[in-house]
Design a protein around this ligand. Sequence first.
Ligand code: MN
Length: 159
Amino acid sequence: MALTLYKKKRSFKDTPEPVGGKASGAVLRFVVQKHDATRLHYDFRLEMEGVLKSWAVPKGPSLNPEDKRLAMMVEDHPYDYRTFEGTIPKGNYGAGTVMVWDQGEVTGADASDREGSEEELRRGLEKGRLSFKLHGEKLRGEFALVKVNGRGENAWLLM
Ligand code: MN
């Protein structure tokens, strides 16, 4: 299961973070969480295959089409993380405060239904180039995540 690494990094008797969760179905979701950890960053998460594929974006997403923001891919998070807000206590992985910064529906750049969008996202992930539309409060419009060659295997750019 995709959450092995997520669970391995955390001790659930010490952190209020969610352990699991099931996708609700009707639409695909994204969330951006502002995470005031050792270094402030934004976590960008896209629902795919029942979990949240996740990237840590040090500078956060931008609405300026000319900006490219470094996004480091991190371990899959459980679906229930989508609504998580709270404080991860000191001494735990990711200690600090988590706030939902934006959330909403995500669709593929081409497909608009759930199945088509998910298939498009899954192919994009394999190719290292994901295009999608965000229907959030702050983030609206077309975005892309593109894998960067030569900067380690987890480096992507969010644009
Ligand atoms: Mn984080």
